[in-house]
Design a protein around this ligand. Structure first.
Ligand code: SD4
Length: 308
């Protein structure tokens, strides 16, 4: 069967990433290759202060990266707290394809990357270093979200400590012409986090889940809250039970609220999802979460519905 390929990704910068993914999907290529190629765009973009190169560092001034990838055969790979490597998603893919493991962390992940030809690079840009030094003056860790869209500046522009730029991750999910699904998720994590902190993004089931029988989901926002409910897996299971993607995302967001209503008001979490029919949707706790969609017929940014 020939399916209409489709790719979805988080935030405004998902648009450029989708365009790159399309260079694979549009030619009938594999969803796995598409999502890897797609998320490499923000990973290498120094103006994007929340993914890869140019990402905001942890509170010790170190840029530590989290990424995972999953294919149509339930294969998955992940790296956590990886430093000095421009494309953690490609290392995650190699963990999936070349090792008997799913996750490599920290120095082990770095050694594996270096042994496979990746180069050590400095990922802390002068802008991000400046933002960190600014943050050091108060050293207040406040993961408060982009309540307003206008506060959200995905393409650089002075991330405010604890402010709106504090968390953007690219999560990308795609279906190819064969009807196969894959997903990728990559981030420098919450700005000014404790050294060693890992969020939802590289955790299979939390930040990303792909089930070729059902569809795929990925998340962005305060990772701790997503991990608590194993968010992306929850969204996929809700779709398995028959909910459309948007409704499944909404239910996952409501689950976060039910766990701690007062806290949920102060932070952002967003999910996007795609099912076997090519239907898609997204939902967030707060206003201001957008996601990008591309098919052969359309290319757009969708402001996600939200609870608050
Ligand atoms: C994390 N979920 O490390 C990531 C951050 C994020 O938009 O999504 N930022 O918790």
């Amino acid at each position: 069967i020939k399916n209409e390929p489709i790719v979805l990704s988080t935030w405004d910068f998902g648009k450029e990433a989708n365009a790159e993914a399309w260079t694979v999907l549009g030619k009938g290529g594999r969803a796995l290759d598409a999502v890897e190629a797609g998320v490499k765009i923000p990973e290498a973009d120094p103006n994007n202060q929340s993914v890869g190169y140019g990402g905001l560092p942890d509170r010790d001034g170190r840029v530590t990266l989290d990424a995972c990838i999953m294919d149509e055969h339930y294969n998955c790979g992940s790296v956590m707290c990886l430093e000095n490597i421009m494309h953690p998603i490609s290392v995650a893919r190699l963990v999936m394809e070349k090792t008997p493991h799913v996750v490599l962390v920290g120095d082990g992940a770095l050694q594996f990357a270096l042994a496979n030809g990746f180069k050590k690079e400095n990922l802390l840009t002068p802008e991000s270093e400046k933002a960190w030094k600014e943050w050091l003056k108060t050293s207040k860790y406040e993961p408060i979200m982009n309540i307003e869209n206008k506060l959200h500046k995905p393409s650089g522009g002075g991330a405010m400590p604890g402010g709106p730029d504090n968390h953007d991750t690219i999560g990308m999910i795609a279906m190819d012409a064969k009807g196969n699904f894959s997903g990728a998720c990559t981030t420098s994590g919450m700005a000014f986090k404790m050294h060693g902190r890992v969020g939802d993004s590289p955790i299979i089931g939390a930040g990303l889940y792909v089930d070729n029988e059902v569809g795929a989901a990925t998340s962005t926002g305060v990772g701790e809250e997503v991990i608590r409910i194993v968010g992306s897996h929850l969204v996929v299971e809700l779709m398995r039970q028959g909910l459309p993607p948007g409704a499944a995302c909404k239910k996952a967001v409501e689950r976060i609220i039910s766990r701690n209503p007062a806290k949920a008001k102060t932070l952002q979490v967003g999910f996007i999802a795609l099912n076997k029919k090519g239907q898609y949707g997204g939902y967030a706790l707060q206003k201001g979460f957008t996601y990008a969609v591309k098919t052969g017929k359309e290319e757009k940014l969708v402001p996600a519905k939200s609870i608050y």
